[in-house]
Design a protein around this ligand. Structure first.
Ligand code: GDP
Ligand code: MG
Length: 160
């Protein structure tokens, strides 16, 4: 066993974060990953991906009845995305705070959407809304062998 791989990963909270096609096209991938890395959350999955329509529809299945659902699916499949799996205590709610509210015009400056967007239909980034959905969405977007369990050596400098 490689020393840096955890043998028995505790089931800590995980969030599925995604740089949407507009964020990729605008060159914001590094900036967005950096914000979560700097905060102290652990990357456990990362890939670039061209989303099949069926996956976009499943991911946003809860919004099927919304008037904007068709446009939303078209937007998500309109170009490559970057899929990010993050781990850490409270990561779901904290990632949502770092991302900002759904409409970028209302999002606080300092949040990703507040700093980089002006329209709800182009809001740069996705973040899971509950720990249950975090696990569900990571299962949707990543194969099991794409999630990497590893020991983060800066942990003693992040956690008391
Ligand atoms: P989120 O959790 O903050 O991403 O927001 P929701 O789960 O409510 O909606 C999912 C995504 O649908 C949002 O991130 C937007 O990309 C899109 N969306 C939400 N509301 C609207 C809307 O009124 N119009 C359009 N065009 N897109 C919307
Ligand atoms: Mg949502």
């Amino acid at each position: 066993v490689v020393p840096s791989l955890r043998v028995n990963a505790a089931a800590t909270e995980r969030s599925y974060v995604m740089v949407k096609p507009d964020g990729v096209q605008r060159g914001l991938v590094g900036e967005i990953i950096t914000r979560f890395e700097r905060k102290g959350f652990q990357l456990v999955g990362l890939k670039m991906f061209q989303t099949p329509k069926s996956l976009a529809e499943e991911h946003y299945g809860e919004l099927k009845e919304k008037p904007f659902y068709g446009k939303l699916v078209d937007y998500i499949v309109s170009g490559p995305v970057v899929c990010i799996a993050l781990e850490g205590p409270g990561v779901v709610a904290s990632a949502r705070k770092l991302i900002g509210v759904t409409n970028p015009l209302n999002a606080e400056p300092g949040t990703i959407r507040g700093d980089f967007g002006i329209e709800v239909g182009r809001n740069v980034v996705h973040g899971s809304d509950s720990p249950e959905n975090g696990l569900r969405e990571i299962g949707l977007w990543f194969d099991q062998d794409e999630i990497v369990e590893w020991e983060q050596h800066m942990t003693p400098w992040l956690k008391e």
